[in-house]
Design a protein around this ligand. Sequence first.
Ligand code: FES
Length: 552
Amino acid sequence: MVAVTINGLTTQAGDGISLFECADGIGIRVPTSCRKQGKCKECIVEVTEGIESLLARTEHERHLKGNFRLSCQARVGGTDAFVCQTREGAVRCHTMRRANLRIERRAFGLPLGRSASLEPSVTRDGDRILIDGEEIARASGPIHGIAMDLGTTTIVLRLFDLENGEQIADTSLENPQRFGGSDVMARIAYDGEHRGLLMRTLAGYLTRAIEELPVDPKSIYEMVVVGNSTMRDLFFGQSVYTIGQNPYRSITEIEMAEGRRTTTSLTSTGRRCLLPIHPEARVYGAPVISGHVGADAAACMLAVDIAHEDRLIAVMDIGTNTELILGNRHRILAASCPAGPAFEGGTIACGMPALDGAVEDVALASDGTFHLGVIGGTAAQGICGSGLVDLMSELLRTGRMNSMGRFEDDGQRITVDAARDIFFLEGDVNELAQAKGANVAGLQVVCSQYGIDFEEIEVFYLAGGFGRHLKVEASRRIGLIPNLPDSRIEQVGNAAIEGACVTLLSRSRRRELEELVTRVEHCRLETHPSFFDYFVEGCQFKAVESANRVAG
Ligand code: FES
């Protein structure tokens, strides 16, 4: 028998038993719509330990790489001689995670005044349901809409009653496309090899998430989608090949440059997007800015109301792709940094998204004991981004890690929670250093192109679910954010989903968004001559000063 642990629950399994059957036995619901036939590709699990105790991949798993398996196909019965003889193998894996990420029901520190007016595209005239005045259905019940932030790593949905503007529910999930790679370039390459598979897999997971919302899916008549250029276009079934090739332009951007369309926004229907919402519902993909600077950055701009801002503001939305925006109503610069998934828990040995069970607070006592705060108050399963920032800050503060990210006295591994076998490796620090280096280098380039020092930024919006829960002092200490006073830093939560909600609820703000993206200067980080120098400097764990000022 082999011990199989799925999502933290353990069972014993004999040869030939599939991970799906193990999950069933311990009450874990694995997504499926093909009844374990290997066809729907939805039952993905990520195996984090003991993959050698499983039989080899089947035909149905040819599309999967690395440690991803289809749970209905992956069966216990390793071929490794040692494991077979001793039966000491243990398999640890998890399904793509669903949970309520810590979604904020209100925006923090955002200029809200202009967001409040309710003016949705979907309206009712008796039993006629209209979109922009055109009838699409007849129904007497309520009318609903969804705003979605489609991130490379995590996805957030909010459900609204479009007649009163009230948020009814929210939900979130890990992006199931992770099996196609953790960053956008890997997904682009994957989509080239397995065209359409990422879209269909995502649609399957979104279908399940929407069906679990507390309303009839057919009463959802509009959905607004924001995301980086690759995520948005994969969702709409567009080719993303050109986004992966220099000069990194989406199909919509190319067509607009050639005069074949007037906007980079996309419009489709519920039916064409393979979603269970009303088949004629409009699915609106907000416009992208340029290159990898996508609709999520555009939505952030709407959320912070940069079009009416006199102060010089910066927005840093830290994610697998970090979005950077700098400017005010006179001039706006935007960039996208390929920071990778480290701050969302990806590529970190004990990393995980900010879900229940994730360590989010870390304090290191003088006796060397770690005091941990865990989301949901449950037993720790891993460490999320804000926990990782805290952990590194504490290690730096107490001298257990130096500014180069080397552990001073513990070799290459630090035990954070012995009972739960949660640890932190020097290799993890390297991953985080590179993610941090990319973010800082991006900020340096944007400021340099704008011709300002960090000190001139009047409001620094730290956006994103991760940004909302960071400790500012810890973030400054490790050099994740610039060395600005607290009074200028606003942690605003997921500004992209806020912008998506505004776009769903207000036609005039949507028009404003369409106009705003045309005024943004795209700052291409990859071609800036100093990017690499800034990156190397930014990988160090120390306070970040403006390169312009230091140079001057
Ligand atoms: S359940 Fe459909 S592929 Fe495994």
